[in-house]
Each structure stands twice: as structure tokens, then as C-alpha cells.
Unconditional design. Structure first.
Length: 162
């Protein structure tokens, strides 16, 4: 059984007056991510990675931000819907790896909690999930703290259930 891989990327503006949610975890921060949904940049990148690995359309096509049903949407719902597609195609995750790029807030102290939440949301053991964080060395919008981005890679294989 050969593994398949998908890549995901997302970026959202960091603004005052919005909560900061990463992997479904609320992170204390004076700024949060702006977006049509709850703007959970980590879950969005992961969903796109998993969709890509399965050969599905991207998150924007499946859950369009023009759809009023997704306004303020809890991104954990996107994971749930993606898991339904996985079950339908008999796909299971072999691993999820992500790097969050943000100058602030510092995420080091929250990474393990985020990892545990992400593993639970995808229904996989924590050892299949990696959540890393790095700064953008003060370069551009990410480096000046005006935005947060995330890269994710997912591996899936068909067959045996988790
Ligand atoms: Mg997004």
C-alpha cells in the first residue's frame, strides 16, 4: 500500500479584537487572526494538506468563504467534514506535520497543547502529529507581526482503519 502526501498553506492577518485559535486551542494574545471563519490558520493548512493527499479540491472550494454558513465557522467543523471524506474514501492518516510562522505571540509554551488538540480532532495518536513554530526573522508581514502563516504536510494511505 503506497502512501500519498499533500501540502497545505494558509495565512491570516493578525488584528486586535479577534481571538487567536490554533489547532482549536485558544492562545492568550493581544491580537488574533482575522477571517471569514474563526481563521484557525493551522487547521486550515492541515485540512488543505489532507484534502490534497486524497486528491480532493481545496478548502476554499469545499468550504467557500462566500458561503454564509461558514461565517464565523468553527474550523474544527472543516476537520470533521474532511474526516468524513477520508472515511468515505477509506483513507487514514499516516502523519501530519506543520510549521506555524509567527513573530508573536511566542508559541513554544503552547505547542504541546496544540499538538494534543490537533491529534484529538483528527482522531489519531499524538505521535503521528508534529506542530512546530518559528519566526520569520522579522522579514515582511509575518516578521512584523501583522500576519501568521502555516505550512502543513499530510500523509495518507488507503485500507486498514486506524
Ligand atoms: Mg484560512
Amino acid at each position: 500500500m503506497s502512501a500519498r502526501f499533500g501540502i497545505g498553506y494558509d495565512i491570516h492577518a493578525l488584528v486586535k479584537g479577534r481571538p487567536l485559535l490554533l489547532g482549536g486551542v485558544r492562545i492568550p494574545s493581544p491580537t488574533g487572526l482575522a477571517g471569514h471563519s474563526d481563521a484557525d490558520v493551522l487547521l486550515h493548512a492541515m485540512v488543505d494538506a489532507v484534502l490534497g493527499a486524497m486528491g480532493q479540491p481545496d478548502i476554499g472550494e469545499l468550504f467557500p468563504d462566500t458561503d454564509p454558513r461558514h461565517a464565523g465557522a468553527d474550523s474544527r467543523r472543516f476537520v470533521e467534514l474532511t474526516r468524513k471524506l477520508m472515511a468515505r474514501g477509506r483513507w487514514r492518516l499516516t502523519n501530519l506535520d506543520a510549521t506555524i510562522i509567527a513573530e508573536r505571540p511566542k508559541l513554544g509554551a503552547h505547542k504541546e497543547r496544540i499538538r494534543a488538540s490537533v491529534a484529538a480532532l483528527w482522531g489519531v495518536p499524538e505521535e503521528l502529529v508534529s506542530v512546530k513554530a518559528k519566526t520569520n526573522e522579522r522579514f515582511d508581514a509575518l516578521g512584523s507581526g501583522r500576519a501568521m502563516a502555516c505550512l502543513a504536510v499530510a500523509g495518507v494511505e488507503r485500507g486498514r482503519s486506524t
